[in-house]
Structure formats: structure tokens, C-alpha cells
Design a protein around this ligand. Structure first.
Ligand code: PAF
Length: 283
């Protein structure tokens, strides 16, 4: 695996791979890599011949009171993990590469409406930061396919919409969430959890599973399902931001006859914000 940190070197390597007839996959990350990221690279490998991974902690997607400074940065461990992952190229841009005229004046890309609901309602500007950096990275790498985790369910939908709106010829693949043995979705932010919080954290997923089971059993969405799930979270020490049952295709409120649902939640445990989701289908 080669590591490049300039745009010129990135584009040189990708162009050489393309000249050799290779299909290019791209896996953007913010580093602090774990098994969830490795799974994204595995899926990329099955869908392409040359895998580029980026590591860039994007300040534009963090609010002023969020954890940009504290976000875990583990470049040496990441490079070791990537070497054994099947990735061909690691791109580690600087802020000047991503926002050459400065972050405050950089052209922004926003998918209106969908950026302001669910997590977006609690993290103003977050998704504009995500779509802006992903659009920039897509233009630099020019992949044929890009791979994202389904843990960030809303992010994945926004990127799919952005690709359609901008007419980008990039296949977007969503990959199922990788979990620890006790069910906790893998996330770089799990490192913030204190031991007692780490013990409680998997309950977020088990409560989403219970909600899904109740929907399937009832063959409809119980009227109080979101409230009940939020109260269960609260009782065991979470501070839920939201638990929402939405349609998979557009994260809107389910209408009569909608069967393919997703249950999405965000909740704080101490100073750690966790998100998770599960899909549900009304039989
Ligand atoms: O999911 C992430 O790690 C980030 O939001 C992404 C897509 C790398 C953009 O910074």
C-alpha cells in the first residue's frame, strides 16, 4: 500500500491504476480505524480492483462545541491496519488540500431538507460539512464506486442523493454495521465511554431490536413505539436525542402501506453521543 499526502500524488496513482484498466473504489474515513472500516475495504475489494482510502478529520462537519479537537487520531495504528487490509492507496490530505482558499469561504454542498432532520436537527451544519468534504474528495479521487457504513444511515442517504443531484457517475454501496460481540456498533467515539457506560452502551441496539420485534409482531407500528423506546433508554441512563421510525427510502414518516422501515436513534451516554439504527419490515 502506498501513502500519498498531496493531490498531485493521489491523482498520479489513481490515473496509473485507471490506465491499467482498474476499477477504482474509494473509502473515505476520519481515521482511528476499526473492524467496521476494514469491512468497508473488504466490500470495496469485491467491487473494484484498486482501493483508495482517505483519512481526514473534517473540521467542517463538527459544531463549535463538538469534539473536533478530541476526536481520536491514531495515524501509526491506522497505517498498520491498512497495510493488511487490501487497500492500495492511503490519501492523507491536509486542511489546505481540502479547503485551499480557507474553510470559511469554501464552496459548500448541501442536500436541503434531509440535512436538517434527525441528527441534522441536533447538529446544525453537520451534514453540510459531510456532503461538502465528500463532494471535494469525490472530485479529487474520481472513483467508480464509494463505500460507506450503514451505521451513519442518514449520511448514506444524503450521499446517495448528492451523487444523483450532481450527476456523479459513482456507485454508492452501503455496508451493514459491524458490532462488538455484545451488539455495540463499532465507532471511533466508543473510546470516549467510561467502563460503566461501555457496559450500558449495547442496550441502545437491544432496545432498537426490541422495537423492531414489536413492529413485526404487531404487523404495524405501535402508536407509542418511539416514546416507549426513548423512555427505556432514559431509564437505563441514556439521554436520548431522538428515536424515530421512518421509511427506509427517504427517512420520512411512514404512510399507510409503507413496509420497509428504519428505526434510528441518537442518545448521549455521559459525554459520548452514540447513534445506531436497525431496519424493520412489516410482514
Ligand atoms: O463517516 C465518516 O467517517 C465521515 O463523515 C466521512 C464520510 C469520512 C466524511 O468526513
Amino acid at each position: 500500500m502506498k501513502t500519498v499526502s498531496t493531490i498531485a500524488d493521489l491523482q498520479h496513482e489513481v490515473a496509473a491504476a485507471r490506465r491499467n484498466g482498474k476499477r477504482i473504489a474509494f473509502v473515505p474515513t476520519m481515521g482511528n480505524l476499526h473492524a467496521g472500516h476494514i469491512k468497508l475495504i473488504d466490500v470495496a475489494r469485491r467491487n473494484a480492483d484498486f482501493i483508495a482510502v482517505s483519512i481526514y478529520v473534517n473540521p467542517l462537519q463538527f459544531g463549535p462545541k463538538e469534539d473536533f479537537a478530541a476526536y481520536p487520531r491514531t495515524p501509526a495504528e491506522d497505517a498498520t491496519l491498512l497495510k493488511n487490509s487490501g487497500a492500495d492507496l492511503l490519501f492523507t490530505p491536509t486542511q489546505a488540500d481540502i479547503y485551499p482558499r480557507g474553510m470559511a469561504v469554501h464552496t459548500q454542498v448541501e442536500v436541503p431538507k434531509f440535512s436538517d432532520i434527525l441528527c441534522g436537527a441536533f447538529r446544525p451544519g453537520h451534514f453540510r460539512g459531510v456532503t461538502t468534504v465528500v463532494a471535494r474528495l469525490f472530485h479529487l479521487v474520481k472513483p467508480d464506486v464509494a463505500v460507506f457504513g450503514k451505521k451513519d444511515y442518514q449520511q448514506l442517504l444524503l450521499i446517495r442523493l448528492m451523487v444523483v443531484d450532481l450527476g456523479l457517475a459513482i456507485d454508492i454501496i452501503g455496508v451493514d454495521t459491524i458490532r462488538d460481540a455484545d451488539g455495540l456498533a463499532m465507532s471511533s467515539r466508543n473510546t470516549y465511554l467510561r467502563p460503566e457506560e461501555r457496559r450500558i452502551a449495547p442496550r441502545l441496539f437491544s432496545i432498537l431490536c426490541d422495537t423492531r420485534d414489536e413492529i413485526v409482531r404487531a404487523k404495524e407500528i405501535p402508536a407509542d413505539a418511539e416514546r416507549v423506546a426513548a423512555e427505556r433508554l432514559q431509564r437505563i441512563g441514556f439521554r436520548p436525542e431522538y428515536v424515530r421510525i421512518v421509511r427506509q427510502q427517504d427517512l420520512a414518516d411512514p404512510a399507510e402501506g409503507d413496509r420497509k422501515l428504519a428505526i434510528l436513534a441518537a442518545a448521549w451516554l455521559g459525554r459520548t453521543r452514540l447513534i445506531d439504527n436497525i431496519e424493520a419490515e412489516i410482514p
